[in-house]
Design a protein around this ligand. Structure first.
Ligand code: CDP
Ligand code: MG
Length: 149
């Protein structure tokens, strides 16, 4: 089982897409283990996007995720990191599979609805940035036995 960090960005919250996106993760079979609505400050936003420091889109992206509340979540499942990236679709909604979250709900790369960790190492780093260990739930979810052998 892998855990991944997912953020519903300000556009998702403002556009009322929180329930839609959570629904897709739940229906796929991933398990929600942490969730909170937060206002990200500059220090956290810059740490979140640290790998992009120096790029042209760094400052606009950092400013953007601070501009309005976001929903920070941790989802768990078999191959969870890659699976969540599949559900999200390509970074630029214009290139995203039309059935993916970004493909269905996004119009522009700077307002692409959702963030998801790109590797297991990134997931560990990002989860630790947003959640204390005691904020993550360890539980058996009803129906887990129907998802895989
Ligand atoms: O979010 P993802 O991992 O798919 O993409 P990224 O390459 O790690 O970029 C992080 C975020 O920066 C993207 O989700 C976009 O919101 C933003 N970005 C942008 O506005 N313009 C770009 N040319 C590239 C990224
Ligand atoms: Mg990324």
């Amino acid at each position: 089982m892998e855990r991944t960090f997912i953020m519903l960005k300000p556009d998702a919250v403002q556009r009322g897409l929180v329930g839609e996106v959570i629904n897709r993760f739940e229906k796929k079979g991933l398990k929600l283990v942490g969730m909170k609505l937060i206002q990200v400050d500059r220090a956290l936003a810059e740490e979140h996007y640290a790998e992009h420091r120096g790029k042209g889109f760094f400052e606009p992206t950092v400013s953007y995720i601070m501009s309005s509340p976001v929903v920070a979540m941790v989802w768990e499942g078999k191959n969870g990191v890659a699976l969540a990236r599949e559900l999200m679709g390509a970074t630029n909604p214009a290139n995203a599979n039309p059935g993916s979250i970004r493909g269905m709900y996004g119009m522009d790369i700077s307002r692409n609805v959702i963030h998801g960790s790109d590797s297991v190492a990134s997931a560990e780093r990002e989860i630790a940035l947003y959640f204390r260990p005691e904020e993550l739930a360890d539980y058996v979810k009803a129906g887990e036995e129907w998802l895989s052998e």
